[in-house]
Write a protein that binds this ligand. Structure first.
Ligand SMILES: [Zn+2]
Length: 241
């Protein structure tokens, strides 16, 4: 029997592009806009193809062929700054992306990590609707941005299904994926996978790790490369510098 060929895919996980609000210090989650733009240019010049979430999921779940060097851009938490710092760069080059939002904080602030990160505005539903129309897939990051390894089963169910339902209803779409806040998941991986499948999710994203390899063992534990200001994207993707 001929063994099935394998393929590596890069999933990049960003938080904030640009500067923190006036008077606040940047954390590792901030990448200067020029540096982000360089990262996109470097990937482009090195022959990487930017996938939409739909194309990515077709390759992941339906065995559709993907370009040999495929990359998925993801952004966590739904920061409003995305609209002014990231969107012009992506729109200019027609590059798709994925944004994971904790639904309780839409239109508000990052109250969930305000002790360790500067307080910043999170997109409103109108802004998310606009981003969705511009090629950004708005997907689930739970309701309250909890650590899923620490919450009660009934709250876990609510975080998973209520966040999806609210985005589905508000944006008139079908959410297909979820990114786990802080990258944490419950320890019962089989039960958790079944719960996600029942809720209608096709894929789930961790935070950290390297490239993923298709065919995938379990689509609910996809590692993502954590991107910070000192991350050399081509290094991470195995290019010689
Ligand atoms: Zn987050």
């Amino acid at each position: 029997m001929i063994s099935k060929s394998t393929q590596s895919i890069a999933i990049l996980a960003f938080h904030k592009i640009g500067e923190p609000p006036a008077g606040q210090y940047p954390t590792w989650n901030y990448i200067p806009t020029a540096e982000f733009e360089k990262c996109i240019t470097d990937l482009d010049l090195a022959g990487w193809t930017f996938l939409s979430l739909t194309t990515f999921l077709d390759g992941l779940l339906n065995n559709q062929a993907l370009p040999p060097k495929s990359v998925l851009l993801t952004f966590d938490d739904g920061y409003k700054s995305f609209v002014t710092t990231v969107m012009p760069i992506l729109a200019d080059r027609s590059i798709p992306a994925v944004m994971f939002v904790p639904t309780q904080f839409v239109g508000g602030y990052n109250a969930f990590d305000r002790l360790v990160e500067p307080e910043e505005q999170i997109c409103s539903w109108d802004e998310l609707r606009h981003l969705e129309s511009q090629g950004v897939s708005v997907e689930s990051h739970c309701v309250t941005h909890p650590n899923l390894s620490l919450i009660e089963p009934e709250n876990l169910a609510r975080e998973i299904s209520d966040s999806k339902r609210e985005i589905d209803e508000r944006l008139g779409k079908e959410v297909q994926s979820i990114a786990y806040p802080y990258g944490h998941t419950p320890s019962d991986h089989r039960g958790f996978s079944a719960q996600l499948a029942n809720a209608g999710y096709g894929a789930g994203f961790l935070y950290g790790g390297g490239l993923i390899t298709l065919p995938i063992q379990n689509p609910y534990f996809l590692s993502r490369i954590a991107m910070g200001p000192d991350t050399d994207v081509l290094d991470e993707l195995g290019h010689k510098s």
